[in-house]
Each structure stands twice: as structure tokens, then as C-alpha cells.
Design a protein around this ligand. Structure first.
Ligand SMILES: [Zn+2]
Length: 588
């Protein structure tokens, strides 16, 4: 095949980019499009040719290449000049040669991306009424056909409705959904699929060999993955790699550098550290990236992009644009999207967005970014608004919170991990420990491991909630005064509304959950206020405190424009007539 275009001088001999040099001239040279080739071949062999074809697929899979092969197949007359349309154009007849050289008078190409208007289309199809000059058919190839204006489509439609017998249209598009149905319904459609990495690796290896370039198999795999289904991108990357490497072997490291892959890996790592709450490691990594020349502002934008992508991936795991990412990132991203809750992702987004604004204003962006990272890592330990809402609704977490208007409705199905000052771990285990009104329940594993350890009454309540023991959970929140607690033994004073078998039920469930014996005794001591009452009595104070509460400050910080609308507390709407709380500190 002859191809005189896109020549780059290279030491005297004309250099053609690989994508042009190795452009397929026959259907059987197309990579990974066997299904399409088979269908098209059948249509040609049986003479049932549509007047219009539409080829769709992501960029670089070979749509325009296929269109040109179709033009050849339709116009080939064979070496002897007497052949008909064929699945295997000969490549040597005048039509084949002229089409390969982009100079066949009857094969007219138009890029609709640059010529979108009705006049462009009129000009194009004006020649439709004239007979072909040298070929069998006039073939109109319209690339990116979805870019045409509505009027242009209408003009085209008239011709499509009554096409002259010697005219064929071949449309190509990356966005088939933007093509009007009226047009689609008059076309035979072919979907060109993304080329599998393994197929692409084989293809690239063959071409590298023919080019005399030595490429490590791993490096080839990296290129194929980055090309992500696009033969053209793969060849273009191979081109670059060969240019980079000179005469030596192209190794993994060189390709990683070329693709900026190391940076991407670090970006994922940084994001993970921040959302894990590891501020020290995140700052350390950031310092390394900054030292290597990373721009703090650009880094924030990359993190925003990553957050957006992960969020989308979570909602639509198989979205077409998710498939545009390189395979390695897709796998890693899928894993992260699965592990991170929607609340965490949206909070990260808002904090990053706000931080980007600040960093843009800051005299020293690096410092602003560091401060943002500290805030992000700190926020990792806080429940998301959705989790707060869930915890508060369940009555497990009497904590104040600002409720932003745009709280995502998706909560992690986690056991309430409520906000509040962190208590010293294990405080009071061994003897009776006084119920601590502010003490949040520790997160408890949802499924009962025999080793489950409950160190507070609130943990017990949280466990019952996690196990969906709704009735038991409700009574413990509303109708039980805690008199004393130590692992294995709870003393309670049920109110008149509690069922008679509550203590026995509780003991049975606790024993079952922990695998250890639990005793629940009923006491005559007044004990604590119920959890619901504790929340109710705190509501007013909470409202006053809310503004200065570190959690709320963090929430307000994380959600620009958020205001405190209501302060929630369990039981705030159902006050009991029980006495105010009387904490009894040392019962044992
Ligand atoms: Zn031919």
C-alpha cells in the first residue's frame, strides 16, 4: 500500500508514523473486529448491501480505516479488471491503489467535526446525482457524523431516504446516541469493539519486531494497557517509546516514565492515605512528590478528578468512560470505589474543592495544600453526615450535627460509630464502669465473632442495632435505666413500658453474640437516665454547643455553605417522665 502523507524527515529516509505505516488494507488485517468483518463479509458475498453503514466505537479502534476498506471492497475490480465487490479487495487494481492513496475521485471523505453545517452537507451531497467517474460506487465517508447540526442531518436524510443506486454512505461516530434515530434506522450498524489488551500486545510485538525495535514484554504490556483498546493509541505510544529509547531495549521503567505512570500510582496512594487518616504518611508522600516537581495546585486537581471518577465508578461500575481508563487504574479504582462509602467520597470532593480555592489564593500554595491534607486526614476519623443521620435516627448517637441540605442519602451499613470526644479505650473494664453520657459506642463487628468484646452499655445497644434486633434495641434506648455495667454483667432498671422478659432476652442475645456468659440483673436502684432521655436533656445545650463543637466545625468546613438547621438527639420528641440522670460512679 502506498501512503505518502504524514511524512516526518528522519535521517534522509521518509519516516511514517506507525499508525499510518501499518494501517490495515484488508478486513483480515483489522485487529479484534472478527464479528464485524464476518457480518460485512456476508453482506458483500450475498450482494445484500445497505445504502448506508454506520460504524461506531471508541476513538482509535479503526472506524475510518474500516470505512476505507469498505470503499475498496465495493470498488475493487480485481487484478484482471473484471471482479465484483469482494470481501478481499485485491490491493493492486486502479481503484484499490487510488483509495489507498486517498486520491480516488469517487471516494469522498468529510470530517463532520470541522464541517457541521447544512451548507457543508449540501455541498457534499450535491455530487450524489452524478455517476461515479472511475469506480463502481460513489462512497461518501462522513467521520464524527454525530457532530452535524440538526439542519445538516435533515438535508442528509432526504438523500438517505431515496439514495441513488450507485451511492453508498459510510458514517463513523464515537457517539452513536447523538445520531438521530431517523438516520440510524436507514443505516446498517457495525459496532467496532475495543481491542483486548492481549490482542493488542501481540499486534504491537509484531510491529516492534518488523521495526527492529527491542521492547521488553512487560513494557509492551504497559503500552497496550495505556492504549486501552485503541490500536491507534497503542501504535502512537510505541512510536514514542522507540523515539525515546534510541537504539537500546525499551524497558518497563522507560515506558512508565513516558506514560507518567509513577505519578498516577502515587496519586492513588496519596488519596488512600488521606482517606485512611494517615496524615503523617500523606504529608511525607506529598513532600516527595513536591520535591520531584509536582505542582500542588495541579495535584489537587488530579485528586478532584480521581474523586469524581471513583464516585462515578461507584454509581455506574460499567460506565463507558470508566472503560476508557487504563486497565491497571480501572482495577485499582474499582477496588477503592468498592471500599469507600459515598459519604466519604462526596465529603472528600467538597473539601478538595474548597481547598483548591484556598490554595489558589494562598501566598504559599504548598502550605495551604498541606493544611488541607491534615484536615482531610482528620476528617477520615469523623462519621459522614449520612452516617450521623443514620446513627441519630437509630438513637445510638446523641451527638450534635449540622445537616447540610445536600446530604447524600447513602449511608454505610455500619454499626453506629458516633461522634464525640474519644474516650480512653478500655476505661473501666474490670469493675463497674459508670455509663458515660458522651461516650460513643465503639464500632462493633456486625457479624458475631466469638471473640466479640463489649465494654460499655452503648456498645451493647449498638450491637443489637447492628443485628437488627429492633424491638430489643428500642427498649434499651427508651425504657431502660442503666444501673451498672461490666463485661459479662449488666444491671438495669426497666421502666413500666419494658416487657417483663427484657433482661432475660438481653442476656440470651449477649451470650449468643459473644460466646461468653452474660448476666442481666434487674435492680431497684434509680440508675442512669435512659439513653433517649440523656439525648433529650442535652438537646438545648447541644444547640448552644453545636456552633463550637469540633465535629460541627469540621462539618461546616467540609461543606461550604452548610448551616446548622437543627440539632438532633434521640428521644428529643418523646421525653419520658423519669427523673434526670443521676450518674453513679463507683458501684463496685
Ligand atoms: Zn482491487
Amino acid at each position: 500500500m502506498t501512503d505518502s502523507s504524514a511524512s516526518v524527515p528522519n535521517g534522509g529516509s521518509p519516516y511514517r508514523v506507525l499508525a499510518r505505516k501499518y494501517r490495515p488494507a484488508r478486513f483480515n488485517e483489522l485487529i479484534g473486529q472478527e464479528a464485524m468483518v464476518r457480518t460485512l463479509g456476508n453482506a458483500i458475498a450475498t450482494g445484500r448491501l445497505a445504502h448506508a453503514f454506520i460504524l461506531t466505537g471508541v476513538r482509535g479502534v479503526g472506524k475510518t480505516t474500516t470505512a476505507r476498506i469498505i470503499a475498496r471492497a465495493l470498488n475493487c475490480i480485481g487484478p484482471d479488471g473484471r471482479g465484483g465487490p469482494t470481501v478481499e479487495p485485491c490491493g493492486v487494481c486502479e481503484n484499490c491503489i487510488a483509495i489507498a492513496g486517498d486520491r480516488h475521485v469517487d471516494v469522498i471523505e468529510m470530517d463532520a467535526a470541522s464541517r457541521t453545517g447544512v451548507d457543508d452537507i449540501r455541498e457534499l451531497i450535491e455530487g450524489v446525482r452524478y455517476r461515479p467517474v472511475m469506480g463502481r460506487y460513489k462512497v461518501y465517508i462522513v467521520d464524527e457524523v454525530h457532530m452535524l447540526t440538526k439542519n445538516a442531518f435533515n438535508a442528509l436524510l432526504k438523500t438517505l431516504e431515496e439514495p441513488p443506486s450507485q451511492v453508498k454512505f459510510v458514517f463513523a461516530t464515537t457517539e452513536i446516541r447523538k445520531v438521530p434515530v431517523t438516520v440510524l434506522s436507514r443505516c446498517q450498524r457495525f459496532d467496532l469493539r475495543r481491542v483486548e489488551a492481549a490482542e493488542l500486545i501481540g499486534h504491537l510485538a509484531g510491529i516492534a519486531q518488523r521495526e527492529g525495535a527491542r521492547v521488553a514484554p512487560e513494557a509492551l504490556a504497559l503500552i497496550a494497557r495505556a492504549a486501552d483498546g485503541s490500536v491507534r493509541d497503542g501504535l502512537s505510544l510505541l512510536d514514542q517509546a522507540i523515539a525515546h529509547s534510541g537504539a537500546g531495549e525499551i524497558d518497563t521503567r522507560a515506558v512508565q516514565d513516558m506514560l507518567g505512570l509513577a505519578d498516577r500510582v502515587q496519586l492513588f496512594d496519596l488519596f488512600e492515605l488521606l482517606l485512611k487518616g494517615d496524615a503523617a504518611a500523606a504529608l511525607d508522600l506529598f513532600a516527595g512528590m513536591y520535591g520531584a516537581g509536582a505542582d500542588p495546585i495541579a495535584l489537587l486537581q488530579d485528586l478532584l478528578d480521581l474523586t469524581h471518577w471513583l464516585t462515578r465508578l461507584k454509581i455506574v461500575p460499567n460506565a463507558p468512560d470508566a472503560a476508557l481508563m487504563p486497565e491497571a487504574e480501572r482495577v485499582k479504582g474499582g477496588d477503592m470505589a468498592g471500599r469507600l462509602s459515598m459519604g466519604v467520597l462526596t465529603r472528600a470532593w467538597q473539601m478538595l474543592l474548597k481547598g483548591l480555592g484556598e490554595a489558589n489564593q494562598a501566598p504559599a500554595p504548598k502550605v495551604a495544600v498541606e493544611m488541607l491534607f491534615v484536615r482531610l486526614a482528620y476528617a477520615a476519623d469523623l462519621p459522614t453526615p449520612a452516617e450521623l443521620v443514620a446513627a441519630i435516627k437509630s438513637g445510638a448517637a446523641p451527638a450534635p450535627t449540622a445537616v447540610p441540605a445536600t446530604t447524600p442519602a447513602l449511608a454505610r451499613p455500619a454499626v453506629a460509630s458516633a461522634p464525640g470526644p474519644a474516650p480512653p479505650r478500655g476505661a473501666g473494664s474490670g469493675g463497674w464502669s459508670a455509663p458515660q453520657p458522651d461516650m460513643p459506642p465503639e464500632p462493633v463487628a456486625a457479624d458475631a465473632a466469638p471473640s466479640i468484646v463489649l465494654e460499655s452499655f452503648r456498645q451493647v445497644v449498638a450491637l443489637f442495632e447492628a443485628r437488627r434486633l429492633a424491638s430489643l434495641h428500642g427498649h434499651l434506648v427508651n425504657n431502660v435505666h442503666l444501673v451498672g455495667f461490666r463485661p459479662g454483667h449488666v444491671a438495669i432498671r426497666p421502666t413500666g413500658r419494658a416487657p417483663a422478659n427484657l433482661a432475660a432476652d438481653m442476656a440470651a442475645q449477649l451470650t449468643r453474640a459473644t460466646g461468653a456468659r452474660w448476666i442481666v440483673s434487674v435492680s431497684g436502684e434509680p440508675g442512669e437516665a435512659t439513653l433517649a432521655e440523656q439525648a433529650a436533656t442535652k438537646t438545648l445545650a447541644l444547640r448552644r454547643e453545636a456552633e463550637s463543637h469540633p465535629l460541627v466545625r469540621a462539618a461546616l468546613d467540609a461543606f461550604p455553605g452548610a448551616t446548622i438547621q437543627r440539632v438532633h438527639g434521640p428521644g428529643a420528641e418523646s421525653p419520658d417522665d423519669a427523673p434526670p440522670p443521676e450518674p453513679d460512679d463507683d458501684e463496685a
